[in-house]
Design a protein around this ligand. Structure first.
Ligand code: SF4
Ligand code: SF4
Length: 222
């Protein structure tokens, strides 16, 4: 995914959870991005807030959000049924951006122009850029209203090597018994050329296949 596409998905949600580390504990608050450019994603905070000092100290952040989706009803098992939607999360490195940078960008970018007005109104305000990050979009349709499987997961990265691995795979211990295939409610396990394999873009990492397999043939990648 390109940075403009990532920004659009974040901006569609609007209010996101921004988490930093204070000492050894994570601290969260709600904030939003106001624009992006070729160097990263931008948000603002005040220099007097704990958020600011945590950003300056650790230079690390984790962000997540969920598109508008409500618990609409319950099924026969009294389990909630959700509208389709998506969640997004990213983890990355932050850096403070100078007022001069915002001022210059404001000449050509409406997001920066608005930020400039805000900073002029509230002088304790400052701007941060997330300059390198990895993340994921988790697009869900749990009732399979719009497609045949529940999930589409897409990893993305910006400004750094994508060394982020996750998920579940089938290893060489597999005896092709098919127990995992029958168990997977996400339709993430396929049978191709005489072998079972897992499509990580559809896998929820729910662990049902791991529990079902009696041959120690499911590997958890983390
Ligand atoms: S349950 Fe285990 S052994 Fe059977 S097909 Fe799945 S991975 Fe292979
Ligand atoms: S972890 Fe869950 S979703 Fe993923 S392949 Fe196994 S059973 Fe399917």
């Amino acid at each position: 995914m390109k940075i403009n596409e990532i920004y659009t998905q974040l901006d569609n949600i609007g209010c996101l959870t921004f988490t930093t580390i204070k000492d050894t504990y994570p601290i969260s608050r709600i904030a939003h991005f106001f624009t992006f450019d070729e160097l990263g994603l931008y948000f603002r905070t005040m220099t007097v807030k704990p958020f600011y000092s945590q950003l300056i100290e650790s230079k690390k952040i984790a962000i997540c959000g969920m598109s508008a989706s409500t618990k609409v009803s319950k099924n026969d098992n009294a389990m909630p049924i959700f509208d389709s939607g998506y969640t997004i999360r990213l983890t990355g490195d932050t850096e403070e951006v100078s007022f001069e940078y915002v001022k210059e960008k404001a000449l050509t970018d409406a997001g920066f122009a608005l930020a400039l007005k805000d900073i002029e109104k509230y002088p304790a305000m400052t701007t941060f850029r997330i300059s390198a990050f990895t993340g994921e979009i988790y697009d869900y349709d749990f009732e399979c209203e719009h497609r045949e499987h529940k999930l589409i997961r897409e990893l993305f990265t910006f400004g750094k090597t994508n060394d982020y691995k996750y998920g579940i795979s089938i290893n060489d211990n597999c005896i092709q018994c098919g127990r995992c295939y029958k168990k997977c409610s996400f339709k993430a396990i396929q049978f191709n050329s005489g072998k079972y394999c897992i499509d990580s873009s559809k896998c929820d990492a729910c662990g049902d296949c791991f529990i079902a397999c009696k041959s120690n043939a499911i590997t958890i990648i983390n």
